[in-house]
Design a protein. Sequence first.
Lengths: 345, 345, 345, 345
Amino acid sequence: MKGNYAAVYGAVLAGCKAYYGYPITPASEIAESASALFPKFGRTFVQAESEVSAINMVYGAAGCGQRVMTGSSGPGISLKQEGISYCAGSALPCVIVDIMRGGPGLGNIGPEQGDYNQVVKGGGHGNYRVIVLAPNSAQEMCDLTMLAFELADKYRNPAFVLTDGVIGQMMEAVELPEPVTELPDKSDWAVRGTADSRHLINSIYLDHDDLEWWNRELGKKYEIISRNEVRVEEYRMDDADIVAIGYGSCSRVIRSAVDLARERGIKLGMFRPITLFPFPSERIAQLADRELKGILTVEMSNGQLVDDVNLALKGKMISDLHNRMGGNVPSALEILEKVSELYGV
Amino acid sequence: MKGNYAAVYGAVLAGCKAYYGYPITPASEIAESASALFPKFGRTFVQAESEVSAINMVYGAAGCGQRVMTGSSGPGISLKQEGISYCAGSALPCVIVDIMRGGPGLGNIGPEQGDYNQVVKGGGHGNYRVIVLAPNSAQEMCDLTMLAFELADKYRNPAFVLTDGVIGQMMEAVELPEPVTELPDKSDWAVRGTADSRHLINSIYLDHDDLEWWNRELGKKYEIISRNEVRVEEYRMDDADIVAIGYGSCSRVIRSAVDLARERGIKLGMFRPITLFPFPSERIAQLADRELKGILTVEMSNGQLVDDVNLALKGKMISDLHNRMGGNVPSALEILEKVSELYGV
Amino acid sequence: MKGNYAAVYGAVLAGCKAYYGYPITPASEIAESASALFPKFGRTFVQAESEVSAINMVYGAAGCGQRVMTGSSGPGISLKQEGISYCAGSALPCVIVDIMRGGPGLGNIGPEQGDYNQVVKGGGHGNYRVIVLAPNSAQEMCDLTMLAFELADKYRNPAFVLTDGVIGQMMEAVELPEPVTELPDKSDWAVRGTADSRHLINSIYLDHDDLEWWNRELGKKYEIISRNEVRVEEYRMDDADIVAIGYGSCSRVIRSAVDLARERGIKLGMFRPITLFPFPSERIAQLADRELKGILTVEMSNGQLVDDVNLALKGKMISDLHNRMGGNVPSALEILEKVSELYGV
Amino acid sequence: MKGNYAAVYGAVLAGCKAYYGYPITPASEIAESASALFPKFGRTFVQAESEVSAINMVYGAAGCGQRVMTGSSGPGISLKQEGISYCAGSALPCVIVDIMRGGPGLGNIGPEQGDYNQVVKGGGHGNYRVIVLAPNSAQEMCDLTMLAFELADKYRNPAFVLTDGVIGQMMEAVELPEPVTELPDKSDWAVRGTADSRHLINSIYLDHDDLEWWNRELGKKYEIISRNEVRVEEYRMDDADIVAIGYGSCSRVIRSAVDLARERGIKLGMFRPITLFPFPSERIAQLADRELKGILTVEMSNGQLVDDVNLALKGKMISDLHNRMGGNVPSALEILEKVSELYGV
């Protein structure tokens, strides 16, 4: 099964009730799969008039307590930033899939990771965070989409599945999990079209102290998420003296590079953030306590992930950067060469 | 003269030909001033149908080689992120004023700095940077707006004037600079509605290598900007052993706190980034070489600036954070108390 | 059951698969009923981003061969005129409910019939007609909505249900017809999301002769409709020597006026067009052959219906006009007075 | 000078301050000319985000007392119907140029007259009329555009210049009139951005009696217009015993047909409505008093003008119809043949 298809299956299995989207390559395939699959399972699929329209439909459905999803790519995610900020400010759970493409501007439709900052740091109107999961296989496209719904509901917060065309197009065997049978009860806050549940769901706090209080509350929530929901994958890290850090497509290439390095006697290990927010800062800080020859961040963007890695390292070490852009995916060999060149191995 | 009015005067003096905007409090006053002032000087003011419409009109005018401006606040800037990314990707000079309001979501219309991440880190589709200037007085609203036009043209890049309602509403004497009389020649790239200047201005690079090349070119440009355009203000830093870092409104409060501290024998100094991109990372790194008791970042957001300060400090020191949100502005006294509490002075 | 609710029930019974709408008083109640009722019967309800969005969703669903409905009021119908013309030009069956409100412009939300021209004469881009049914009771709201679906499919043409708030709010016993069990086969022209049904459904005929041919074909269709689908209601017409003509709400008042007139020995009869297109021109022309004292057109608009009555009468008689506007509904008594005044009875 | 260009020159000479448009063939040329010409004369040209946006900008400028213009073609005019109704309901003078194209739907870009009903009968939300002028030469494109501005202001009502691509593309010598030097004073109702002129300009009349009153007032205005502003052109009508009626492009062809007919001894005359609203009903009624062999309406639409001709004739005669559609323009010869065939001459 293709990764994109797996994500949509994951949504259905997670009890997602509706998909609202607007077509943009390379995310159109997600929408297309949803348009085929959702109605078969009695779920709703709507192609909205615009990206802005789609995210506001998500807002509406989330406010009604429904599990709801949208998907897009960089330029479309940009247009959705206002709505995402509204969802975050109104504490509305929803899932957004971003199949990243080459940027900035229109760029091209090749795989990239240039949306890291706009998704992880918050590209919309301020002071909020979204949960960001970064799958690197078709299986994870399914599993992490399901997890995104779970975490979104658990924390009443938007959750992203951040990936790129490589993962989406990847054809792999996928073991479909059991469908979620019991959905969380949201009757204490969601509107349901009934007189007794009628109230406004919004992000307005006119009084300065109220909004400050709300931001502190959000901050506490983000701290709890940071404490409890960090997920990473390590590969051959036990004896590694060089660590390559990367997520999504890059982590697959790093894994190959690790195997290749080991054949040559280079003790390379892979550290892969699965959650980008919460970011595995502590785990990365711990890397600096080991006697490493070097840390290399591999990303398909202009030095965005590496900033967070270095922020986490707190100067104990400085991560190097190997990056490709524009739709180019780094190869295992070029990672290995970079490692050799940088660390003299 | 009010700060907002000063910014619009700055635009006129800088030879700005057109203002395209959509009303949103507290940025409406900028638009209102522009609607009054621009026509008087033979410039164009258009209230567009939407935030999205306004930024795309900016794209159009910038592509025609005109100095052009728009303004908005957080939620509107979010909607403009796609267009901003397009401008950056197409190397189009333009000036965007963001009068920040309380967030996330609708929040409120009080002063805040919660847009730091969405503006400085790039809230739109990836791999680009915008120049960000942060005035803290009515005079600077004028001067930095003029500078924004100059830098935008110099580097063919969008430039932001990032501020909040406090600065915008501030009534201060403003010395108006001489108007710019010679505008840069853009005839080598801009379209002018003539047959010979007819070509597409866009950000599409279908070939992966081409887009990667373009991103490397952009990267080089950002490095040059980082090297040449950092601007900071220091106040009583010579003998300071505690440094408070802040921009915009916060820097005004910090300055008062410094004076207050000095009266009490506390050697507090102010370090104020005037440019947020380029960020004064080196200058901040040098602070750590001094024997400081502490560094306190003061911001009106949820810990955004402090991340960049700490990234710059590279672990040699860790900046503490004092932040207010929701429209609340920190007072000099509460900064002083925080300083006392944290550093035992 | 309220008339508005009855219309939505009619749609469900007619096998309508989807409702796309945008809220506008007094049509919001139709949308609201649909949002409640449609999902219960496994149908789709979407509140679109705009009136324009809604009618284009209708275009899409109709092109997929689904029975589909939208509803609005005057200002919204205006915005939909482009889409309605596209549906007509592409020969797409669909049903549009117009709950007329006071005009022009925003006017008010009172009952009116001012949309007659924009609906019956074609308010969109040229040369097309839409079928227009005008119910005057809750029962007919149900029955004529069902008929609208039938005629729309029979002639592959948009069909309107044109009414006003009086009929929509009217509480009457409604006998629900049997649901339509067999929907027409549209597989010869509709797209179904399959490779073999993939083709464009549009209204483009680049060649002048082709578009002229298409318009002649449409013209023939409109003639067939005019020949076969005229529906009228007559009340006490056998011996009437004065005829009052009106549709919708007006026809209810006329009926009361007829009864009142008869008590007073005035031989008033009612002639009520149920279909506005096809317009009962021949039947009206025949009225002129009787020895009538007068014909009075009663409408809640500025002399729109009366033009079509007079066009039909071909000068053999000239209909007088009694009209109210702005949300005012004529009373039986004022009709009677007008009759007395005009015809000396 | 081309007809389209002449219309834009007419606007400038009439003191039109702003043009707001959205591109659509074949009206794009009007917008293009305006974009070139308006700025040269210190006027404003804005390409709006959409047709809807453009008409609402017109509403805004008209409300500020400025002479303002927009232009479009059938599908775009459809989208503008809401805004046109708002202008009419708010009694705002403005000028709209409709360069008609083949319909319905997308149709094609050939010349047609299919927008007659949507423009003359009112395609928007009810009970209003717009002044409609129909030029048939480049000179008239200029003159009637100027007249449209004059009548719009005189009656505080939207005025259309209704034409097609044939007239727009026609290259003819145009004598430019003197520019209007004194614009009407609108200070008693227009807003001017000053505190004392601050009031709402809208079309809301919540009270039913108020809206009915307003509609009666509008009705009186339309009657005055009907009495005073009818304009027609007659050609060789003195001794004509057959009359061909047509406007715009058709009237040029009819004129040729008249000359051709006269050569053959057929006494054909031309009757050409220059104003479509007010419609020359009385003048047409008078035709029936002459001993005519026949009246032939020639139109490039599906029998729209002929309805108004027959309504005017009140059954004393019935006009025949010769029509072409889809971009096809009738030839003088085919009109002559039709005349021969119908009237045995």
